[in-house]
Design a protein around this ligand. Structure first.
Ligand SMILES: [Zn+2]
Length: 447
């Protein structure tokens, strides 16, 4: 058993974190197709120079972007974003014709030849878009073979499925996966992506349908993405549903299942508690442990500190209030013992618990809201970086523990988090920890 630690590339400002806490911390980097189209040279340099040779990459072809309301892929100027347009051009018909004007429909792929050409173009994009740029680079001279430049796997073009659209889209996804296998060299891995609404995972019959449709295709693995599934607020039924879907896709353990946006619950699912229900879990450098399929706006940045025992990000102010009440800020030692002893926290506190304020440093800015202008504290760049490094340190520990620690210890840790934090955050603040134990069978359903 292993738990592959993947991280999603977000912005170049965060590229150094792919070697943090250590070079080789991450098994792979997930790059969105539109990012690869927007900045191929920058990404090629990143892949060659900023990450370990052992860290793979994979391009998410992001084909689902073409099935939503075209307004969602338009920039502030009302035009379809250039990166999306050039991706559509590379994929060819039918997206090159529909992009920006109408959402793609399942019947656009009724013709086998059209789908086959689309699949071929989409695979070519994944294998060439960054590899060609890397080949042009001086740094590429040190590689032993050009195959080192290829992505970890090619991903079949895929479309988002909800309870009401699964009947039409599943068949397109399955045909695309078959064609992907046919069009790929034997020595390259082939993945399909299962991207579904929360309604789908609540329905056992649909889970069975998905896994049985893909079962006889010679795929090496799956990318899994459940729309907007926040593991901290999800109901037990949703978590169980996701677990069941992952397990059913992984019936054959030689197949990988990588959750594209997962938190500690998914990490536990991939480890001894979930008996390897997933093979890997990805998140972003700046959290990104859940994401909605239809893109939503960014919102105002707020400093958040990842509380290790809660396995949750908490607003800085709330974190301070909890730690004060609990008397964990009385000394640096108390803080490291009770809250976090990671490298970043030790270095920032530097022996003085008063330095915890450095995680929450902000500068006031005026922001226009619906009811007028308000002043909001924006975290400074330095404060964001501290929160981020601490988060990545803790994540690295979480992946290792979920794999190496005995089952009983992992459950005890969840129980300890629950009992230590309940008095400060209430039952609702620790409910996810209890629910996770329940899903992994530690508590009987009646409790
Ligand atoms: Zn820390």
């Amino acid at each position: 058993m292993s738990i592959d630690h993947w991280m999603t590339f977000s912005t170049f400002a965060e590229q150094d974190y792919f070697a943090y806490p250590g070079m080789g911390t991450y098994n792979g980097v997930i790059i969105n197709g539109n990012m690869a189209s927007y900045a191929p040279a920058g990404l090629a340099a990143f892949l060659l120079e900023k990450i370990s040779r052992e860290t793979s990459y994979l391009i998410d072809p992001l084909t689902h972007a073409f099935q939503h309301d075209p307004g969602l892929i338009k920039g502030p100027n009302g035009r379809t974003k250039a990166s999306i347009r050039s991706m559509a051009k590379a994929y060819g018909y039918p997206v090159s014709e529909s992009v920006g004007s109408r959402p793609l429909q399942p019947e656009n792929f009724d013709n086998d030849d059209d789908l086959s050409t689309f699949v071929t173009q989409c695979l070519k994009y994944q294998n060439c878009q960054l590899a060609e740029k890397m080949k042009e680079s001086n740094a590429a001279r040190y590689l032993s073979s050009e195959s080192e430049l290829l992505p970890y796997a090619v991903v079949a073009p895929y479309f988002y499925m909800t309870e009401t659209t699964i009947d039409e889209w599943l068949q397109v996804n399955v045909r695309a996966a078959r064609l992907t296998v046919n069009h790929t060299e034997k020595d390259q891995k082939c993945f399909a992506a299962i991207v579904v609404s929360q309604g789908v995972i609540l329905d056992d019959a649909l889970i069975e349908k998905i896994s049985s449709e893909f079962s006889d295709i010679e795929l090496d693995g799956f990318l899994l993405w459940v729309d907007n599934l926040d593991e901290q607020s999800a109901a037990g039924a949703e978590l169980t549903g996701m677990l069941n879907l992952a397990k059913s896709l992984r019936k054959d353990r030689s197949r990988e299942v990588i959750n594209l946006h997962g938190g500690y619950f998914s990490i536990l699912a991939a480890g001894v508690l979930g008996n390897g229900a997933m093979s890997g879990v990805a998140h972003g450098p700046e959290f990104g442990e859940y994401r909605s399929v239809v893109p939503v706006g960014g919102g105002i940045p707020i400093a958040r500190y990842y509380v290790p025992k809660l396995h949750a990000r908490v607003r800085y102010r709330e974190a301070v209030s909890i730690f004060r009440q609990a008397e964990w800020l009385l000394s640096a030692n108390a803080f490291h013992k009770k809250v976090c002893g990671c490298r970043e926290c030790r270095s920032i506190l530097n022996g003085d618990a008063g330095n915890f304020v450095k995680f929450g440093e902000g500068t006031p800015k005026q922001v226009r809201r619906r009811h007028g202008i308000v002043t909001i504290d924006f975290p400074t760049r330095e404060a964001q970086e501290r929160c981020l490094r601490h988060y990545l340190e803790v994540k690295h520990i979480e992946y290792k523990a979920a794999l190496d620690a005995p089952r009983e210890m992992l459950l005890t840790n969840l129980r300890t988090g629950e009992s230590q934090f309940r008095e400060f955050v209430g039952n609702s603040g620790v409910a996810h920890l209890k629910l996770w134990r329940k899903v992994f069978g530690d508590i009987s359903k009646a409790e």
